[in-house]
Design a protein around this ligand. Structure first.
Ligand code: ZN
Length: 242
């Protein structure tokens, strides 16, 4: 009955950094690394708290990467500020978007000073980003090569070729930047996906990239729930129907 207990799956036992259950936390891997490419993530505010959001993980691994939040009820409009010497590009597969590798071939000098603006959220949310953020509609749009398979099995994206935000950033940096940063991002992504699938009983421990931390439970950090219950911080129902 492990997955049926909603409290055990609640935010209170998730790491605030990586949003995994605290006993599966990957924050130790989230070390910012320098890149030539400046990354700006434009994230819908409802997306930020989702455990399945991968944009935040990429943000934590790229030195100087920026988060621009959109979708706040107060209606305040964010804007994207780019350095004067930078070439802004919108990474999104709109009709007419140029494949990024072809863009780089045509603009080799500019490829070293790109500000890559990456919409993050559901496909429905991100479709409107260009028209919601001042200045984005006029940016050159680039897309990734077709046929890149997604490893993301936590969220139904509707197509195995619809990439998670972290995957899209990694593939873009593989083209624009050093391959090592792309490989590192993909490794972290694989660890996160595997640990989550193990937690759901969809992978064995032996199949998990990098293994499972000692003491981790597929039922989530139940001990934490027990401790909170003893401290009077958790509803008694949290520990019923295990
Ligand atoms: Zn964490």
């Amino acid at each position: 009955m492990r997955a049926n207990n909603r409290w055990l799956a609640s935010d209170s036992i998730r790491c605030p950094g990586c949003r995994l259950h605290t006993d599966l936390c990957v924050c130790a891997l989230l070390v910012p690394r320098p890149t030539r490419t400046r990354v700006v993530l434009v994230t819908h505010v409802r997306e930020l708290s989702k455990p399945t959001n991968t944009g935040r993980l990429a943000l934590a691994c790229i030195e100087g990467a920026r988060l621009v939040e959109r979708g706040h009820r107060d209606g305040g409009l964010a804007s994207i500020a780019c350095e004067p010497d930078s070439q802004p590009l919108l990474l999104y597969p709109v009709p007419g978007a140029i494949p990024l590798d072809a863009w780089k071939t045509a603009q080799p000098a500019a490829a070293d000073r790109v500000t890559l603006v990456v919409p993050d959220g559901t496909w429905r949310q991100t479709k409107r980003v260009r028209y919601r953020i001042p200045g984005l509609a006029h940016l050159p749009s680039v897309c990734l090569p077709t046929g890149l398979p997604s490893l993301f099995r936590l969220r139904h994206a509707g197509s195995s070729q619809r990439l998670a935000t972290l995957e899209a950033i990694a593939h873009a940096l593989r083209i624009l930047d050093e391959p090592e940063i792309a490989e590192r991002l993909m490794h972290i992504f694989q660890v996160v996906v595997d640990r989550s699938l193990w937690s759901n009983g969809r992978l064995t421990a032996a199949e998990v990239t990098g293994g499972i931390p000692a003491g981790a439970s597929q039922d989530g950090p139940r001990n934490t729930a027990e401790q909170k219950l003893r401290a009077g911080q958790a509803p008694a129902a949290a520990l019923r129907e295990q």
